[in-house]
Write a protein that binds this ligand. Structure first.
Ligand SMILES: N[C@@H](CCC(=O)N[C@@H](CS)C(=O)NCC(=O)O)C(=O)O
Length: 83
């Protein structure tokens, strides 16, 4: 796997099954990524600023200027872009 120029970021937390699904897909594809840890009980200001909504996971792919919530959409995007 040739890594993309800029590292992907994922806003997530341990114990979030949707985040786990995305982390698993990134690992399966051999992608390096930065895990931005979100406090599950804290405010979601940073997530809101980045993605204009509060749910996680959120993928940030600076290589394509993509900011994407929704785990199924993220998995589909990763497969199309990096498989
Ligand atoms: N349909 C979403 C569900 C994501 C979801 O429910 N995430 C939870 C954490 S496990 C969350 O962030 N809930 C707070 C919120 O949606 O504001 C997905 O598949 O990504």
């Amino acid at each position: 796997m040739t890594q993309p120029d800029e590292m992907l970021e994922i806003y997530q937390f341990e114990g979030c099954p949707y985040c786990s699904k995305v982390r698993q897909k990134m690992t399966e594809l051999g992608l390096d990524f930065i895990a931005k840890s979100v406090d599950p009980h804290g405010d979601r200001q940073r997530v809101k600023e980045v993605s204009d909504q509060t749910g996680v996971p959120v993928l940030v792919d600076p290589n394509t200027d993509t900011v994407m919530p929704e785990s199924d959409d993220i998995v589909e995007y990763l497969e199309k872009q990096y498989e």
